[in-house]
Design a protein. Structure first.
Length: 215
């Protein structure tokens, strides 16, 4: 793959989209279908890791694969329309494109579900890679030669660092600004609404984007 002058990776859940309402609805339906209680509010308070990690909290190990498959089957009906874009998401992607760059979404979410979210919301990503979490995200970030990775979770910081990319963290998910900094984020923003201005500085300086914008 030819090098590109600017490639920025983005996480999906709680970075580009607020998937909490949709995921909550999907878990509530899963609970109704299986007769097993799932605290959907608690589940959506810790989004980031792969689905199977959450499923293990409510179902025995021997049912994890089965339940995850059922959840993914329910997901398109219950989760897509209910999940809005986060403030600044479109503008962040547009800023990358306006700078002549590529925007790549790298997420732990099941890729067909992630594709549905992007299509439903009209979020213009140049590539999408799903089912990668934490350090494993580095595989896709290196493949696409992303120099920056934007995410909301300490796992996203780990993925950026493993890829040798600049970690830009947004405090819109389960991890607050202090946790993101402690995990090693290079830049912490309150949300994506601050990203275009940061990107403009980063591109102009050709370096580290300047000082953090404290969340």
């Amino acid at each position: 793959m030819a090098a590109h002058p600017l490639t920025v990776g983005f996480d999906l859940d709680m970075t580009l989209i607020d998937s909490r309402p949709g995921i909550k609805a999907a878990y509530q339906e899963l609970s109704a279908r299986t007769g097993t209680f799932v605290d959907a509010d608690l589940a959506v308070s810790r989004l980031g890791p792969p689905l199977e990690e959450e499923v293990r909290r409510w179902f025995p190990e021997e049912r994890v694969a089965e339940i995850a498959e059922l959840y993914r089957a329910l997901y398109p009906e219950y989760a897509i329309a209910a999940s809005p874009a986060l403030p600044g998401a479109r503008e962040a992607l547009d800023a990358v494109h306006a700078a002549g760059g590529r925007a790549v979404v790298v997420t732990a979410k099941y890729q067909p579900s992630a594709e549905l979210h992007l299509a439903h919301l009209g979020l213009d990503a140049d590539a999408l890679v799903g089912s990668l979490w934490a350090e494993a995200k580095a595989e896709a970030l290196r493949e696409h030669r992303a120099g920056v990775y934007v995410g909301d979770h300490t796992g996203d910081v780990a993925g950026a660092r493993a890829a040798g990319a600049l970690s830009v963290a947004v405090a819109t998910g389960p991890c607050d600004a202090a946790q993101l900094r402690e995990a090693g984020a290079d830049v912490v923003l309150a949300g994506l609404a601050e990203f275009p201005a940061w990107l403009a500085r980063y591109v102009a300086e050709g370096a580290d984007g300047g000082d953090d914008a404290a969340a």
